[in-house]
Write a protein that binds this ligand. Structure first.
Ligand code: GAP
Length: 456
């Protein structure tokens, strides 16, 4: 597996991810996705939305506002408890998360025993709604997308005539004023989440919790083609923390979050160690009950068949999009040697690849070849992400496409485009990223051959 610097450098060099506001020296915990990063991210989001919403009858989607009534965060417990312990070095005045400090010495200036007592720091970003910056106008940037599903539970249930069990899903931005960011896009202050709240009958939560653990693990493995050695489940219960999967002894005791009866965390083996990419929480009726109390609105459910009335329980699979981008990059990165030369290739699953096909003219000084390559690009564009590139020699163009994970390159040469050429055959060369195998395909069949190979 590559180290983090290799991935950061590839991301910048090839236009996946840039540091936010880089020309001003950046800003910690904020990243900008470049032309290829946005495609990769959109492909991951599309795969999740399809699996979680479009392919199912029992889950519907919403897209809610980032800023919500501040009472939402009182009821959810975030105002009171969404905090990290903060300490400050009395010498250099740098601030740190107390639970991440491992020695007596300040990690910045090295002085010993200079840390203040820990105080709780709320990691929600505050802002003001309207023109007056007074306490009454304080609002928060949402620290999770989940609460919009709880406050819209009744709206969605009624408008969509949903019966329990059913789920509400959302993809959107979340914001946390993390004390320490780091490991590239792993821990950010602005990030994207894909969360789904699955509303169920109390008493059935353990079965549903296990079912969602299995479904989500299978989704990760299939979507990113993850090797079994690189993914595992951390079981976080009030009594104990255990591991299902590789490195079972590499585990630290943890407690579930304030809203959860227990968590299954899906962890990936990053270079900095096993780290969470998705949490599957058994949230009980914590959220709906709290919102009922504070809002005074009845959010209970009446089951027509059994004539029972209850406050639904919730199982919540919640993942971070940015962390999944990192998983896609780490899991697909390969450095290979081909005929004595180094080749970097992203073996991304085809559905995630930012560009599906690149059309490359073998000679850019021959208008017939260039025109034909451009014409083929235009023909394919409505059907898949296709690009044209003639900015380097063919060897360099192949290497560039390998490095960004493009599954197919199509080379247009003299034989393809010049009827006067004695070897003219009207065919182009389709090159496979992984096997590097090249086949000649008649011009008229390029589209159908690529569509078939891509499973589109
Ligand atoms: N609604 C539950 C919830 O928000 P969480 O474990 O705090 O649970 C869910 O977050 C997922 O969101 C995490 O597994 C992670 O992938 C992502 N996430 C959380 N904080 C993040 C951060 N600061 N930067 C990037 N991703 C983050």
């Amino acid at each position: 597996m590559p180290d983090m610097e290799t991935i950061v450098s590839l991301c910048k060099r090839r236009g996946f991810v840039f540091q936010g506001s880089e020309i001003y020296g950046g800003i910690g915990g904020f990243w900008d996705y470049g032309p290829l990063g946005v495609e990769l991210k959109n492909n991951i989001k599309r795969a999740w939305w399809k699996a979680m919403v479009q392919d199912r009858d029992d889950i519907v989607g919403i897209d809610a506002a980032v800023i919500m009534n501040p009472n939402v965060w009182v009821a959810s417990g975030h105002v009171a408890t969404f905090t990290d312990p903060l300490v400050e070095c009395k010498n250099c005045h740098k601030r740190f998360r107390a639970d991440l400090i491992t020695s007596e010495a300040c990690p910045n200036c090295g002085n010993k025993n200079t840390m203040t007592e820990a105080r709780q720091f709320n990691v929600m970003f505050k802002t003001h709604v309207g023109p007056v910056e007074e306490d009454a106008a304080v609002a928060y940037l949402r620290p999770e997308t989940a609460q919009a599903m709880f406050v819209n539970f009744e709206n969605v249930r009624e408008s969509m005539r949903k019966k329990i069990p059913f789920g509400i899903a959302q993809i959107g931005r979340s914001f946390r004023n993390e004390i320490i960011t780091g490991n590239f896009i792993f821990r950010d202050r602005e990030f994207e989440q894909m969360e789904m709240e699955f509303f169920i009958k109390p008493g059935t939560e353990d079965g549903w919790h296990d079912r969602w653990r299995d479904e989500r693990l299978a989704w990760w493995k299939k979507t990113f083609n993850i090797n079994d050695n690189n993914i595992r489940i951390k079981v976080i219960r009030r009594e104990a923390t255990t591991i299902i999967g590789p490195d079972p002894d590499d585990v630290k005791e943890e407690k579930p979050p304030h809203y959860s009866k227990g968590n299954y965390d899906i962890e990936y083996r990053f270079p900095m160690g096993w780290s969470e990419v998705e949490g599957i929480a058994s949230r009980t009726d914590w959220d709906l009950s709290s919102h009922m109390k504070l809002s005074g609105k009845d959010l209970s459910y009446f089951d027509d068949e059994t004539k029972e009335k209850y406050i639904p329980y919730v199982v919540e699979p919640a993942m971070g999009v940015d962390r999944s981008v990192l998983v896609a990059l780490f899991e697909s990165f390969r450095q290979e040697e081909v005929k004595g030369e180094k080749r970097i290739v992203l073996r991304l699953p085809k559905q995630l690849a930012p560009i599906k096909v690149a059309f490359l003219p073998l000679a850019r000084n021959r208008p017939e070849i260039v025109d034909l390559a451009r014409k083929l690009t235009a023909e394919l564009k409505p059907h898949m992400m296709a690009m044209y590139d003639d900015t380097a020699s063919i060897g360099k163009l192949y290497r560039r496409q390998d490095e960004i994970g493009t599954p197919f390159c199509v080379t247009v040469d003299h034989q393809s485009a010049l009827p006067s050429d004695e070897k003219y055959d009207g065919k182009v060369t389709v090159r496979d990223r992984d096997s590097m195998e090249q086949i000649r395909v008649p011009m008229a069949e390029v589209k159908s051959v690529l569509m078939e190979k891509l499973g589109a």
